[in-house]
Design a protein around this ligand. Structure first.
Ligand SMILES: Cc1cc2nc3c(=O)[nH]c(=O)nc-3n(C[C@H](O)[C@H](O)[C@H](O)COP(=O)(O)OP(=O)(O)OC[C@H]3O[C@@H](n4cnc5c(N)ncnc54)[C@H](O)[C@@H]3O)c2cc1C
Length: 451
């Protein structure tokens, strides 16, 4: 993707979007498809913030049922179904195993009820993706590395996964294709406003040229994730949010294709083991980050916490510090909800307007960002006095989604990759990563076979 900053900055547009994470990308894409003039600016690179540090799941969030957040789960499950259909190259169904230990967070009956409700909300009750229960021995045969002591039984259920950074990149490319200007390495230094306090854009700095510019916009959306508070106010009390850090460790592959949902023994939090490009993601933590910072370092305590959790529940894996292949941390931006524990703070999304001319998305999930971006753009149209048009992304295949039957396309594309000398697994990963733009990767390999 070429960076074209010249002519994009110093302009007057309908909508300025600050932040190239999943929210900024969806909002810019949706608005451009509705015919608005749009500039999207990103301080570093696309998805450099929280949107490349997630658990990579497109999921309803089974654990949110426990807090009674039915609306949130239902919305996410509807989106899961939609995204599986609109982005078959990107969003893939993933089966989870869920062992039930005697000291688990929820007992067998509660889980049976919860999983049935999850299937019902997803429209999958009794269908091929519905949950299944396992007896103790059947579960041990599937994953012999789990803790035997106290193991009662287990379940399997379905969710989906994706590559979050690629997901954003594809949407930014879609936004450009729909007419938006998208400039990375371009930081919004400050919002600009008139004497009445109405925001009319931002002063930005192009990090490549060092030049500063003023972008004037009818509406500005600050989608800067954990950095939003610093952008919209000098006094955090004017715009209170809760920031919590989540860490993942990259571990060796599991001896099975499924993911796992487990609960820690110490504080009974949910954590996951998720297959990821031939490795496993182990995560996540949930600890408060001081307001005004967006610290993303992985501490020794984070590593110890996750290794202890997995050792208690899956001792047969034998994972130690030396098995850690990598790690990353992301920061959640949540609503400020008093002294609740980080894990119990709602992940509900909201759209705030702290100043006229300015909209700020808060909270949310990668899973539900599409529909929330659509709601944001509807508000933008209203504020600009434009005719409300229908949501253009609800039925539109992703920008790089292959047309027609996905399996046929994938087989053909994988075979083409193998002919070029890729091994089959790499050719498949390449097809799913690049979608229809895989042909450009193949052309590159043809040109430079040493690649
Ligand atoms: C550990 C963890 C696991 C998660 N797992 C999942 C999951 O499995 N599934 C799911 O659905 N959700 C998950 N989430 C939630 C999801 O990742 C977030 O809701 C989502 O990524 C937030 O996107 P965003 O666009 O709001 O923020 P970000 O991705 O942080 O994007 C903000 C962008 O703004 C840029 N920026 C900041 N300041 C400026 C400025 N002044 N000028 C220009 N640009 C600026 C930043 O560089 C950044 O790229 C998880 C979150 C965490 C922390």
């Amino acid at each position: 993707m070429m960076r074209r900053a010249a002519n994009a900055l110093d302009r007057t547009v309908d909508l300025l979007v600050i932040g190239g994470g999943v929210y900024g990308a969806w909002i810019a894409y949706d608005a451009a498809l509705r015919g608005l003039s749009v500039i999207l600016v990103e301080r570093t690179d696309w998805a450099a913030g929280t949107s490349s540090a997630s658990s990579k799941l497109i999921h309803g969030g089974l654990r949110y049922l426990e807090y009674g957040h039915l609306g949130l789960v239902r919305k996410a499950l509807v989106e899961r179904r939609r995204l599986l259909r609109l982005a078959p190259h990107r969003v893939r169904a993933l089966r989870f195993l869920l062992p039930v230990h005697r000291d688990a967070r929820a007992g067998r009956i509660a889980l049976e009820l919860g999983l049935s409700l999850y299937d019902l909300l997803a429209g999958e009750l009794g269908g091929p993706h519905a949950h299944r229960s396992y007896g103790r021995e059947a579960l041990l045969a599937r994953c012999p590395f789990i803790e035997r002591s106290g193991l009662v039984s287990g379940f399997s259920y379905s969710d989906a996964s994706e590559d979050d950074a690629r997901y954003c990149l594809e949407l930014v490319d879609g936004a450009i294709g729909a007419g938006a200007a998208a400039v990375n390495a371009c930081e919004a230094l400050a919002l600009t406003s008139d004497s009445g306090g109405r925001v009319f854009g931002a002063r930005v700095r192009d990090a490549i040229t060092g030049s500063e510019h003023e972008i004037r916009a009818g509406i500005t959306v600050a989608a800067a994730g954990p950095w939003t508070q610093a952008l919209v106010t000098r006094d955090p009390r004017d715009f209170p949010v809760r920031l919590t850090k989540g860490v993942h460790l990259v571990m060796p592959p599991l001896p099975m294709p499924e993911a796992m949902l487990l609960t820690t023994r110490s504080d009974r939090r949910v954590f996951f083991l998720i297959p990821w490009y031939g490795a496993t993601l182990l995560g996540t933590t949930d600890t408060d980050v001081a307001p005004g910072t967006s610290e993303t370092t992985v501490s020794a305590a984070d590593v110890d916490y996750l290794l202890r959790a997995v050792e208690e529940r899956c001792p047969g894996l034998g994972w130690r510090r030396r098995h850690v292949r990598g790690s990353f941390a992301g920061v959640r931006t949540l609503r400020a909800e008093g002294s609740k524990s980080p894990s119990s703070v709602t992940r509900e999304w909201s759209l705030e307007s702290p100043r006229p001319g300015l909209l700020v998305p808060v909270g949310g999930k990668l899973t539900s960002a599409r529909v929330e971006a659509a709601a944001t753009v509807a508000r933008v149209q209203l504020a600009l006095g434009r005719t409300q048009t229908g949501c253009p992304t609800a039925e539109r295949p992703f920008p790089w989604a292959p047309p027609g039957d996905f399996d046929t396309w994938e087989d053909t594309t994988v075979r083409a990759g193998v002919v070029l000398g890729m091994d089959e697994e790499v050719a498949r990963a390449c097809a799913r990563r690049h979608g229809t733009t895989t042909s450009e990767v193949h052309a590159l390999v043809r040109e430079r076979p040493e690649l």
